[in-house]
Design a protein around this ligand. Structure first.
Ligand SMILES: Nc1ncnc2c1ncn2[C@@H]1O[C@H](COP(=O)(O)OP(=O)(O)OP(=O)(O)O)[C@@H](O)[C@H]1O
Ligand SMILES: [Mg+2]
Length: 208
């Protein structure tokens, strides 16, 4: 799974959180580089706060992102691209044009899931240029101790994109670790449950 684009059409779905934590997990299994393709620069910001040598590299997207990503893919096992919160953004369109996998975090609310219709369309359009593109929706910020409601399941069934078996729960450690320039892998037992679900998502990505 060399090039993974983390995309979406809603702000705050968890693209940056998943990018940082997946990259942190993947960096323990092999080399990983992140490209921050979002003008907000959140992943770059995290990397600046992290400020320690053993954290994975985060690069700012340059004008020729396809070449940049392919170049990084020669040196790293995986490349992850944190995209802006719109499928119409030029950076998202560019990334979907060459990525191997589009990972799409969505919150488990019908309103957020309905917005994924735009993503479905964007993925279908990208496949014209990039036929081998695979897409995987992942539920993020699932409330603990609640299961997906019936309505959310109904909406999920209508979406013609595969949904990851693992759902990422809403956990304070995702916010707190980021504040410290860390991932859930860097905070010991506080992060154990989150580490488990992020590793499970990495496994699912590997079988794409
Ligand atoms: N699983 C989670 N548990 C708790 N908080 C989370 C989780 N995922 C994301 N968050 C928090 O939700 C907020 C939005 O997440 P994040 O910045 O990763 O989303 P984003 O999709 O990258 O947003 P944007 O569209 O602005 O780039 C952040 O404050 C983040 O810490
Ligand atoms: Mg972001």
């Amino acid at each position: 799974m060399p090039i993974i684009a983390v995309v979406g059409n809603k702000g705050g779905a968890g693209k940056t959180t998943l990018s940082i934590n997946l990259a942190s997990g993947m960096s323990r299994q092999g080399g990983i580089a992140v490209i921050d393709a979002d003008p907000q620069g959140s992943s770059l910001h995290w990397r600046a706060v992290a400020n320690h040598e053993d954290a994975f590299p985060v690069h700012s997207a340059n004008g020729a992102m396809r070449d940049q990503a392919r170049d990084l893919a020669l040196h790293y096992q995986d490349v992850l691209i944190d995209c802006p919160p719109s499928v119409h953004a030029p950076q998202t369109i560019a990334a979907l044009g060459f990525a191997d996998v589009a990972l799409i975090p969505v919150q488990p609310s019908p309103v957020d899931l309905w917005a994924t219709v735009h993503i479905e369309r964007a993925i279908a359009e990208a496949k014209a240029e990039n036929p081998s593109l695979k897409a995987l929706l992942v539920i993020n910020q699932l409330e603990s101790r609640t299961t997906l409601s019936g309505l959310v399941r109904e909406v999920l069934d209508e979406i013609a994109l595969p949904v990851a078996q693992v759902a990422i729960r809403r956990r304070a450690v995702y916010r707190n670790s980021a504040l410290e320039g860390k991932s859930v892998f860097d905070v010991g037992s506080r992060g154990a449950d989150a580490v488990e679900e992020i590793n499970a998502l990495i496994q699912e990505l590997k079988t794409q």
